[in-house]
Design a protein around this ligand. Structure first.
Ligand SMILES: [Zn+2]
Ligand SMILES: [Zn+2]
Length: 765
């Protein structure tokens, strides 16, 4: 009998222990609000959890503040630190009180039991109460007091849809929990007891009475002194619920969609974000009066690659004007803002230096004929000026020389992620805004240039160290281009020059896309990269849109608010990045022996060898200095001259722009060899031909397409109609001619001076 009792007893004990320690997880819910924090860990934005409640994730607060703990335990569960999950005295007392009042006036629940109830989330029946008691004991057996208290405080209801002390602390007092006063801690202690009845703003008297009662109790227990008590009584009860902040709404929206982490630490600098937003809003208000509705801006710290501010539109809540669209990730035509990368890469390639002359004359590249925005041609212009004036023809020529595919690959490696078509599909217009880019990617590009050609990703996530750095442009070439882009005086910017002339330097570039749909201003200092885009999200064009005037001023407003680093140096150019070579002062190429003025110039140390100056040459004249002679036709006496000779199309535009162009003397007519023969031949129209041209339906004449045969298709060919220069062609043996009735003369000259000409008549039908 005894044995049997012992056996039953043993089984019971084992069973009880097993039940007690059978693992139970301390988990009321894992449904938290996503919290997105700025770099200084203040709130950028808090999202409702899936239950439409504000319940902040527990990892936000490392500790429960001592005063809150004391206030909560004093109010809810004085013996919390000692009881095993249930407090029998409290239960008996509650039963007695409930019986006496014939209704439930006290639950007698410990905090652990309340946690158990929240975990079970069932109706308050007597049976349910028993289950809670058992669960409470099991929780106590398996978890520390701190873990249980924290679970309680993290999920306790605080009125409205606010759950947990952390959300309550912010929404009632706009504070982090560790900054709560005793009066505030006491308020938060009494709120969960009857969150529906006591509610700030609704029943202040009732809430205040409860709080003050608790404060008296804290005084009696000597948790607070008399002075704290009296001051606490004077503190007002919160009268409203303070909304969570909403900063960087587009970025936080993007993070919310991309990232499921309950707490996201970003790199956003609250004050830079605030001020960028402020200036952008102000600027957009002016633009909107002109019918330009949208703008966005992005600021990146070049040293860290971290995004400091991210303003996706003029106003997140401007629903009428698509304010919810995130301009920072929108694909827009790049306009001219890719040009600096081509110029820098072309330096490394040995194609240009800042002073190297590039032709600026009408040119046909197969079927593509770019035009400058001004529709003026300077003839020939130094690369740096072509970049600053943002001339299209020199940029296209340079891209043609550099290689379209090579440049396309460079852009991709540097971080442009929106090149959806092939290089050939874009063609040479790629450099003029033919492709779409995002402000986000442009920040990567300009930041890379500012870092001496070292390109890497940028990030808005804190601690997101970037490991992939790609050196795509040499430090020397980057610095040479940044130096040119520092130039503030730009055409049409006299007003801004005066306004911004004396402020800190920035290397910047503007861009206006074809058809006035996008205006860009992008700039970099050693510390910062700023991208500003202005336009209409719906793609509507606006004649008033210009990178310089519409986007430029905002760039400078933002630049002004950015903190300067300790060393105010401009982009560091290490002497070892450069070497010195002899450069022709007038043309910017490697000097040849005939160059009149030669100077030592700094060039990137690994720059590929450059072309020898093609414009200075030795000219040998006969005694009379009337004819050019060669070794086959010079006499005993001849004269040598060093001359600067540009191609005929350049001369034409130099002359048109008021320059004096010296005529080239003809070759000695008595020369037995002269020149190459029949290198160029116009095959249409034929010499002496009569052309019948028909009128189109709209009254215009159809163009006559001339055709040319050449032995050297890669040579540039210059076309003249009735002595008027038409343009030049490369690898394109034809040119459409708009002809009036009557006699015409068409001439072609190649870069080596070979020529052919035909005369013909046009008869209009
Ligand atoms: Zn020269
Ligand atoms: Zn000769």
């Amino acid at each position: 009998m005894k044995k049997r009792a012992f056996l039953v007893g043993s089984i019971l004990i084992v069973w009880t222990l097993a039940a007690l320690f059978w693992p139970v997880s301390l988990r009321i819910s894992r449904d938290y609000s996503q919290v997105i924090l700025a770099k200084d860990s203040t709130f950028l934005r808090v999202f409702l959890n899936s239950d439409k409640q504000w319940c902040l994730p527990p990892q936000l607060d490392s500790e429960i503040p001592a005063n809150l703990r004391t206030a909560v335990l004093t109010y809810e569960d004085q013996y919390f630190d000692y009881h095993p999950g249930v407090n029998p005295i409290a239960i008996l007392r509650a039963a007695y009180l409930n019986a006496k009042h014939q209704k439930v006036v006290s639950g007698g629940s410990t905090i652990t039991m309340q946690v158990a109830r929240m975990m079970e989330d069932e109706a308050r029946t007597l049976f349910q109460k028993l289950i809670e008691i058992v669960l409470a004991i099991r929780l106590e057996a398996q978890y520390s007091k701190e873990e249980i208290l924290r679970e309680y405080l993290t999920h306790a209801p605080y009125g409205s849809n606010i759950r947990g002390f952390s959300a309550a602390s912010f929404r009632y007092f706009e504070k982090k929990p560790d900054q709560l006063s005793w009066a505030q801690a006491a308020t938060l202690a009494v709120l969960p007891n009857a969150p529906g009845l006591i509610f700030p703003g609704k029943n202040n008297e009732g809430l205040k009475a409860k709080r003050d009662q608790l404060l008296s109790k804290l005084l009696a227990k000597r948790e607070i002194d008399q002075e704290t008590f009296e001051l606490s009584l004077l503190e007002p009860i919160p009268s409203e619920i303070i909304p969570f902040p909403l900063a960087a709404p587009h970025l936080t929206e993007r993070i919310h969609l991309e990232n499921e982490l309950p707490v996201v630490y970003t790199t956003i600098d609250q004050s830079i974000q605030y001020e960028t937003n402020f200036f952008l809003k102000q600027h957009a208000a002016q633009l909107q009066q002109m019918g330009i509705m949208n703008a966005c801006a992005l600021v990146v710290n070049n040293k860290t690659g971290e995004v400091a501010s991210y303003v996706g539109s003029q106003n997140f809540d401007d629903l009428e004007n698509q304010g919810r669209v995130d301009g920072v990730t929108s694909q827009r035509s790049s306009g001219s803002i890719l040009k600096p990368f081509l110029y820098a890469a072309a330096i490394d390639e040995g194609l240009i230096l800042p002073n190297t002359l590039i032709k600026d004359v009408p040119t046909y590249f197969e079927s593509f004929s770019p035009n400058n925005a001004s529709e003026q041609f300077s003839g020939i212009i130094p690369a740096s000026k072509a970049l600053i004036y943002s001339l299209n023809i020199p940029a296209v020529r340079l891209l043609n020389m550099y290689g379209l595919t090579k440049f396309y690959n460079l852009l991709e490696s540097a971080g442009v992620q929106t090149l959806f078509r092939t290089a050939d599909d874009y063609g040479l217009p790629l450099i003029l805004g033919g492709s779409e880019v995002t402000p986000w990617d442009m920040a990567k590009l300009y930041s890379g240039l500012a870092k001496g050609g070292m390109f890497s990703d940028i990030t808005y996530l804190k601690g997101n160290e970037n490991e992939s750095h790609r050196l795509l442009i040499s430090s020397g070439a980057s610095n040479l281009i940044l130096e040119e882009m520092k130039e503030l005086i730009r055409p049409g910017l006299e007003f801004y020059w005066k306004r911004y002339g004396n402020q800190k330097p920035i290397a910047w570039k503007t861009g206006t896309s074809y058809g006035h749909k996008d205006a860009w201003a992008v700039g970099a200092t050693p510390d910062w990269t700023i991208v500003v885009w202005v336009g209409n999200f719906n793609g509507e064009s606006n004649k008033g849109l210009s990178g310089m005037r519409s986007a430029g001023p905002l760039l400078f407003n933002i630049l002004n608010i950015l903190p300067e680093s300790e060393d105010k140096r401009w982009f560091e150019s290490d002497e070892e990045d450069f070497t010195e070579v002899k450069i022709c002062s007038e043309t910017g190429f490697y000097a040849n022996p005939n160059c009149a003025n030669v100077e030592l110039s700094r060039v990137p140390v690994n720059m590929k060898p450059m072309r020898i100056c093609p414009f200075h040459e030795k000219r040998i004249l006969d005694e009379s200095e009337r004819y050019i002679v060669c070794s086959r036709c010079w006499g005993e006496h001849h004269v040598e001259q060093n001359v600067l000779r540009y191609p005929p199309d350049v001369n034409y535009y130099l002359w048109k722009n008021g320059g004096i162009v010296e005529a080239i003397p003809p070759h000695n007519p008595k020369c037995p060899v002269r020149q190459e023969r029949d290198v160029l031949k116009i095959i249409y129209p034929l010499d002496h031909a009569n052309l019948f041209v028909t009128k189109d339906f709209d009254g215009s004449y159809q163009p006559v397409v001339s055709r040319l045969a050449t032995q050297f298709p890669d040579r540039e060919v210059f076309w003249y109609l009735d002595d008027e220069f038409l343009g030049s062609t490369i690898r394109k043996p034809s040119l459409p001619l708009k002809l009036k009735a009557g006699a015409h003369q068409l001439a072609v000259v190649d870069s080596e001076g070979n020529r052919d000409e035909v005369g013909f008549s046009v008869i209009i039908n």
